[in-house]
Design a protein around this ligand. Structure first.
Ligand code: ADP
Ligand code: ADP
Ligand code: ZN
Length: 214
């Protein structure tokens, strides 16, 4: 099964992705995590991407398309993948559509997670991240021990782009550049709409109702 998670920043893609990957044995591919790892390691890609990320803007399509082309060709995704944070623009979606047939892959379902902007601002400003990709919230989803990751024990951090100014820019970027993908995938008949507000486990239960059909 191959899945795309679509939704604004802070809609809970990463949070739900962990649970989906466990239950359905699909490989979780987060382009945000890949980029942040490159930033940490000061690679050429990381250095180029960082200026866009810190400003709340999208990293250029060409770079993302290369990342995805490489990633989908790796053997560990053959039994199924779940993209979290890709595609974010129409050219990215079209590029993916062109890459998949050559790899013998097809997209089964796009989970479109919907959360109102006011709630997204609260979620992003209180988000704390771990290097391992797990995210927490200081109120809504705190770790067992303050400031430490439940999964790997590492120190949590506040992302540079989870601060007020970048948050507003990212929401605007989402509405202008990513939201059109809802219509694009609706026309292809692969969209499932998920209400992303409320209890994390309840939202996961709604997602399983959709994914159990595949
Ligand atoms: P969020 O939690 O906001 O959904 P991500 O961790 O997915 O954020 O992405 C963080 C940043 O990395 C984005 O704001 C953007 O700058 C960059 N990024 C991630 N995925 C993409 C993509 N598919 N296209 C362009 N930029 C991306
Ligand atoms: P995304 O990957 O879409 O950017 P995350 O999964 O990182 O989003 O979630 C964003 C923030 O919101 C995190 O702090 C997370 O703990 C919190 N969060 C996730 N789901 C919910 C929910 N259903 N209710 C409240 N907070 C949530
Ligand atoms: Zn961790």
């Amino acid at each position: 099964m191959n899945i795309v998670l679509l939704g604004p920043p802070g809609s809970g893609k990463g949070t739900q992705a962990k649970m989906i990957a466990d239950k359905y044995k699909v490989k979780h591919i987060s382009t945000g995590d890949i980029l942040r790892e490159n930033v940490r390691n000061s690679t050429t890609l990381g250095t180029e991407a960082k200026k866009y990320m810190d400003a709340g803007k999208l990293v250029p399509d060409a770079l993302l398309i290369d990342i995805i082309k490489d990633r989908l060709a790796k053997p560990d995704v053959r039994s199924g993948w779940m993209l979290d944070g890709y595609p974010r623009t129409l050219p990215q979606a079209e590029a993916m559509g062109n890459i998949m047939p050559g790899l013998g892959q097809k997209l089964d379902v796009v989970l479109n997670i919907d959360v109102p902007d006011e709630e997204l601002v609260q979620r992003l400003s209180g988000r704390r991240m771990c290097k391992c990709g797990t995210s927490y919230h200081i109120q809504f989803n705190p770790p067992k021990e303050t400031g430490k990751c439940d999964v790997c024990g590492e120190e949590l951090y506040h992302r540079d782009d989870d601060k007020a100014e970048a948050i507003m820019q990212r929401l605007e970027t989402y509405h202008n550049q990513t939201q059109p993908l809802i219509e694009y995938y609706s026309k292809k008949g692969v969209i499932a709409n998920i209400k992303g507000s409320g209890d994390i486990k309840q939202i996961f239960a709604e997602i399983t109702k959709v994914l159990d059909k595949f």
